[in-house]
Write a protein that binds this ligand. Structure first.
Ligand code: GLN
Length: 456
């Protein structure tokens, strides 16, 4: 813990930690030492972690990297963080992210962007660590902590993991409790660990997940000992290669890496099968209707009355002015865009044409996966992202759709509620890390982690 706290002090330029909690960390570390001495060391005992700013941490600022939650210190602890602390984990501080987890580059944060510790060859230009869990990815990649929490609504664990050469798993929807995690799109949001390798991911995930009666979508299933399932034996497993993920214009390097991953799994004894997920091309538009719709509803609570920021009113201004001014000042441009898109697709005149249509297509996307798994496929291998990390500012000022295209391989997994993991798979010719994604059957994170372990 002390080594991490020192490293964090020297790494402000990365912008990974937005709120440091050294006193809490040292107190938790001392308690962990005492537990070890008593011979009662649970799985996370004494492990220093960073916590994404989307998790409510009791008495500690939790702002979802938004101006509207300025000054908000929750009265309660999220289920995931409280389980981690019960298992002995140590909190070093809160980690940077895109505002309300909306983004793929950590550039929508009210705190400013986080920076990727990697560079292109000898080029000094700063790169994005990805998003929305950019601070988490940057902190783990730069050894500021041993693991971090992330959340993934459309790829926010897996894309930043791929951009920074680390491992990140989004479990099956319902595996981790959403209680106390600031909501973005409730039917898609899932928490998960971001770690150095698959074994660490197995250990941290085991501590994060489990049934929680306070989240009605949390599933009451036993949590297996994921770590003990890492045998590396994948003989006889069927790995699907979805043909629709081979996209036009994808860099040849990513194609080559994907083939290399396939060959590694084949050499380890897996059977490779070509599969089709025909509705893949509708995934991005479907996601960018459903996620903003749910966000516009979830974000309605930030009205200047109950939490955080409240605008100062001029004399004669009333409560409607207060709502309007507060929201205009407190939300950044990307969040405002999502709220507008969301209210539009949910409005009486357009509900059927957009929101309801998107829900139907979501079912078709889910069915594609069910059909693939029904033919005996155990896991699906795809690239994690369509490119390596890009430069800060490169996409932020472009058409927002360019940024949304980052999610092309990851959003399908959230729409279908499946577990997905990104593992480092090699470097591109500029020396930047690239990731491969494995998608598993629902509730089979143990098997998925084991297949990923064989790719390491
Ligand atoms: N980049 C996607 C978005 O902006 C995904 C974000 C996430 O997974 N939280 O919505």
């Amino acid at each position: 813990t002390e080594a991490c706290l020192t490293a964090i002090e020297g790494a402000d330029a990365l912008g990974a930690f937005v709120h440091k909690t050294p006193e809490i960390a040292l107190e938790q570390a001392r308690a962990a030492d005492a537990r070890i001495q008593e011979g009662d060391a649970p799985s996370m005992c004494g492990i220093p972690m960073g916590i994404k700013d989307l998790f409510c941490t009791k008495g500690v600022p939790s702002q979802a990297a938004s101006g509207i939650l300025k000054g908000f210190k929750p009265e309660y602890e999220s289920t995931v963080t409280s389980q981690l602390f019960d298992a002995g984990a140590v909190m070093l501080g809160k980690l940077n992210m895109d505002e309300f987890a909306m983004g793929s580059s950590n550039e929508t944060s009210v705190y400013g962007n986080a920076v990727n510790p990697w560079r292109r060859g000898n080029d000094d230009a700063a790169l994005t660590p990805g998003g929305s869990s950019g601070g988490s990815a940057s902190a783990v990649a730069a050894d500021l902590c041993l693991a971090a929490t992330g959340t993934d609504t459309g790829g926010s664990i897996r894309q930043p993991a791929a951009f920074t050469g680390i491992t990140g798993i989004k479990p099956t929807y319902g595996r981790c409790s959403r209680w106390g995690i600031i909501a973005f799109a409730s039917s898609l949001d899932q928490a998960g660990p971001m770690t150095k390798d698959v074994r660490d991911a197995a250990i941290v995930l085991g501590a994060m997940c489990g049934h929680d009666p306070r989240d009605s979508t949390s599933v009451d299933l036993p949590v297996p000992d994921f770590e003990s399932m890492l045998t590396g034996d994948i003989r006889g497993k069927a790995i699907g290669i979805p043909r629709e993920y081979r996209m036009d214009g994808m860099p040849a390097e990513i194609d080559a890496l994907w083939d290399q991953g396939r060959d590694m799994l084949r050499d380890a004894g897996a059977r490779i099968v070509d599969i089709s997920l025909p509705h893949t091309k509708y995934a991005l538009p479907t996601y960018y209707v459903i996620a903003p719709a749910e966000a516009s509803s979830n974000l309605a609570r930030y009205d200047g009355v109950r939490y955080g920021h409240r605008a100062t009113l001029a004399s004669g201004e009333g409560i409607n002015d207060m709502y309007e001014k507060t929201r205009a000042e407190g939300f950044g441009p990307e969040v405002q865009r999502r709220v507008m898109v969301g209210t539009y697709v949910l409005s009486a005149g357009f509900y059927d044409a957009y929101y309801n249509r998107a829900r139907k297509v979501r079912t078709l996307i889910k069915r594609d996966f069910e059909q693939a798994f029904a033919t005996g496929v155990d896991a699906i291998l795809t690239p994690a992202t369509p490119s390596a990390a890009f430069g800060l500012g490169e996409l932020q000022d472009a058409d927002p759709v360019q940024m949304y295209l980052n999610d092309v391989f990851t959003v399908t997994v959230n729409l279908a509620g499946l577990p997905g993991i990104s593992v480092p798979a090699g470097l591109d010719k500029q020396g930047l890390p690239l990731g491969l994604q494995l998608i598993g059957r629902p509730w089979e994170e143990g098997d998925l982690l084991n297949t990923a372990y064989a790719l390491e």
